[in-house]
Design a protein around this ligand. Structure first.
Ligand SMILES: Nc1ncnc2c1ncn2[C@@H]1O[C@H](COP(=O)(O)OP(=O)(O)O)[C@@H](O)[C@H]1O
Ligand SMILES: [Mg+2]
Length: 239
């Protein structure tokens, strides 16, 4: 379980995350939606301890992530940053990560296979396409067989086959009882993948509901999403 409690991040001029309180539960895929600049990445970075909250807290399994003795077993994450040293192969990258965190080397082959990177395992990450880098990042997130997984825009750069792979993987991880939080702005893909949605705009929670509830009125997610975020779009087309 992941919990955000009055989580707030202020930058000099602006409030990126504004008193966010919600719980991400295990056993289902939770989609994290919101317009560009809504605060999704900032929220996830605070959860990972990569950015310090101005106030409030973010916890996984009831504890703050920074300082956990076994972080990769608690929470696996793919954030926006490029995941690997370009000179290292996918396998070398994952091996180094496994060693640093005291994880079994056998896990490296497993996550390479899980990510569909078997054939590319011994190629340098510097030559990877965006989609392959995403797969490698996801392999790294799963290395510790974590109880919770957060992925920031993981479908970026994936081809249709990759999108389908990711969708099935996320559903499987949730079905195994893990907590799965995934940000995206691809509504149609999210509608196929997630069972539950968090929608934020201007750093505030706009919706925390099952997909079925959000789509009930119109049969599809887009109208509900546009209505929810109507006043929260910074860089939108004129309406
Ligand atoms: N390091 C930073 N310094 C100043 N402002 C930032 C910084 N990081 C993010 N922001 C601002 O915080 C807001 C939320 O950004 P972000 O979390 O990246 O949104 P999202 O991931 O939902 O697109 C944006 O207005 C962004 O410009
Ligand atoms: Mg973002």
């Amino acid at each position: 379980m992941i919990e955000f409690t009055r989580l707030t991040k202020r930058y000099r001029g602006a409030t990126a995350v504004d008193g966010l309180t919600c719980t991400v539960r295990p056993g289902r895929v939770t989609g994290f939606l919101g317009p560009n600049g809504a605060g999704k990445s900032t929220t996830l970075r605070m959860l990972l301890g990569l950015s310090r909250p101005s106030s409030g807290s973010a916890t996984v399994g009831g504890r703050r992530y920074p300082g956990l003795p076994d972080p990769l077993r608690r929470l696996g994450a793919l954030l926006e940053a490029t995941p690997a040293h370009p000179e290292r192969t996918a396998r070398q990258h994952l091996r180094a990560l496994a060693q640093t965190h005291g994880l079994p080397d056998a896990r490296v082959g497993q996550v390479l296979a899980l990510a569909g990177l078997g054939p590319a395992a011994d190629r340098r990450a510097g030559g990877f396409s965006l989609g392959m880098r995403q797969r490698l990042g996801i392999a790294g997130a799963l290395l510790g067989d974590p109880a919770a997984v957060v992925l920031d825009e993981p479908s970026n750069g994936l081809d249709p086959d990759g999108m389908r792979w990711l969708r099935l993987l996320l559903r499987e991880l949730a079905a195994q009882g893990r907590t799965v939080l995934v940000s995206s702005h691809l509504l149609s893909e999210m509608a196929l993948t997630a069972q539950h949605l968090l929608v934020i705009g201007r750093g505030r929670l706009l919706a925390d509901a099952p997909i079925a509830e959000l789509t009930a009125a119109n049969g599809s997610l887009e109208p509900a999403y546009l209505e929810l975020t109507r006043d929260a779009v910074e860089f939108g087309a004129p309406r």
